[in-house]
Design a protein around this ligand. Structure first.
Ligand code: ATP
Ligand code: MG
Length: 470
């Protein structure tokens, strides 16, 4: 925050520019002067200069100060801009702020006042940048930043390509895929890759909100519009203005809200509940569902016209079992994440663990893999994850260590809780499990376990239970 500050000044009055430069120099602020807005825009866009604030005159030769501000914002350049106007009229002030100006000052310039405005702009710029850095760091740690999308399979690479391409437009994207495949990850990535990235990304799960509240949640309501509406409320569409609204589980939206959503998408206007006057909004909508929307349309539970309106760009994320090349990179990624979170230093997966990961059905997709790696990290005391760290549990809530007899005969079901089974015990049970699976054929058991017969016999020797079964 205390580093030397730089201002980019756009002013065609050379005397005034000279005066301002001299004034700011006394305050240890350097001024880079441009006479033309396009030149300034070019310099900032190309990354040649990184001003902490821009001061621009309103009346300039190539384009007005207002248009300059608009163009900067359109390009996603967020440096604070102070507009210098000739008259104190409210309309220009409002237009300046609406266009995205940080502040405005009136000619004749009172330099101490301009200095105060500039210093506030520096602070704003600093906080803005810091905020962005923190947000990126959080996204990265959650694996949500565009570069945090892991996957090298053909399937996922194609989707990344498509997501990058569609990010540039504002077209509605409809993401489908089984639970845990990464639908929300891609919705965020599209937002982060889009020119809207500095505006809000707002997510709502349509199935998680009671139907009677969903409408006001989405569109807002006026004060007193229904019992309990004590105050006016801004809806999520308005909150996401300029950015992206992610409607998760869109297949669960009821028919009456489907009709309202369709109107909003067509007219780009919303009406708060209890209000008549429409408000225009600029929101990119991304939807997701694990349902088959075509089947919902056929069953008359989903409006066909809305389906087509949402399905402008369909994006299907394949299940993890159909892109097995992604399993190990994802597992490594989650290992790093949970090492960081738990302060552990596990270097990788043993061969047996990798083989295990590669052969699981992963019905819960990436989320299930992530949970499995998290638990394995917690359970591993050495510096590599062994297969046993995955075999200690199933997806049930942790209770206590015991083997369960369930309807799946020979199912390998362990639960863990306060107590954790010694590895020896696990190994024993696992050998027994594989032995049963291999129809009690020792050769095959040894082969499946990746150990030789002699080792299998040795491991079985002092185990009476297994001796009985073998
Ligand atoms: N390609 C990927 N790279 C890194 N992490 C991923 C990837 N895909 C999914 N994940 C992680 O897996 C978890 C599940 O992803 P996400 O929540 O996006 O799935 P979803 O399809 O929206 O699931 P649901 O249908 O249950 O809502 C998240 O923690 C996410 O960070
Ligand atoms: Mg989701």
């Amino acid at each position: 925050m205390n580093s030397p500050k730089h201002i980019l000044l756009i002013e065609d009055d050379l005397d005034l520019a000279e005066l301002a430069t001299a004034y700011f120099r006394q305050k240890d602020i350097t001024v880079l002067h441009c006479t033309e807005p396009l030149e300034a825009l070019q310099k900032i866009k190309s990354g040649k200069v990184h001003p902490d604030a821009v001061i621009t005159d309103l009346n300039l030769p190539q384009m007005s100060g207002l248009d300059f501000i608009r163009q900067m914002r359109n390009e996603g350049l967020m440096v604070p801009i102070i507009l210098v106007t000739v008259s104190n009229d409210v309309d220009t002030a409002v237009a300046a702020i609406e266009a995205g100006a940080y502040d405005f000052v009136v000619k004749p310039i009172h330099f101490p006042q301009l200095l105060i405005s500039a210093q506030r702009a520096f602070k704003y710029n600093y906080l803005n940048r810091e905020n962005k850095t923190l947000r990126d760091a959080i996204d990265q740690s959650k694996g949500l930043s565009p570069d945090g999308i892991i996957g090298k399979s053909e399937g996922i690479r194609r989707i990344i390509e498509l997501a990058k391409r569609v990010a540039k437009s504002s077209a509605t994207v409809s993401i489908t895929g089984e639970s845990g495949t990464g639908k929300e990850v891609f919705a965020r990535a599209i937002h982060n890759w889009s020119p809207r990235k500095d505006k809000p990304f707002v997510a709502i799960n349509c199935s998680a909100i009671p139907e009677n509240l969903l409408e006001s949640e989405l569109f807002g309501h006026a004060k007193g519009s229904f019992t309990g509406a004590h105050d006016k409320k801004i809806g999520l569409f308005e909150e996401a203005d300029g950015g992206t609204l992610f409607l998760d589980e869109i297949g669960d939206l009821n028919l009456s809200l489907q009709a309202k959503l369709l109107r909003v998408l067509q007219e780009k206007e919303i009406k708060r509940v209890g209000e008549n006057q429409p408000r225009s909004i600029d929101v990119r909508v991304i939807t997701a569902t694990h349902k088959d929307l075509r089947a919902e349309v056929a069953a008359k539970r989903f409006r066909e016209d809305l389906f087509f309106r949402l399905n402008v760009i369909p994006m299907h994320i394949p299940p993890l079992r159909d892109r097995r090349e992604d399993i190990l990179p994802l597992a490594e990624f989650f290992l790093k994440k949970f090492n960081d979170l738990n302060g552990t230093d596990i270097i990788g997966f043993k061969k047996s663990a990798k083989e295990f990961l590669l052969t699981q059905p992963w019905r819960g997709n990436v989320r299930e893999l992530e949970n499995a790696v998290e638990r394995a990290v917690v359970l591993t005391s050495g510096n590599e994850i062994d297969i046993s760290a995955f075999l200690l549990f199933d997806d049930a809530l942790p209770v206590e260590v015991h083997e369960e007899q369930d309807e799946r005969k020979n199912a390998f079901v362990f639960r863990y809780g306060e107590q954790v089974a010694p590895l020896m015990e696990l190994e024993k049970k696992y050998i027994q499990f594989v032995y049963e699976k291999c129809d009690r054929v020792k050769d095959l058991t040894a082969k499946t376990l990746g150990i030789d017969r002699k080792t299998l016999y040795r491991k079985l020797q002092d185990d009476t239970l297994l001796e009985q079964t073998i």
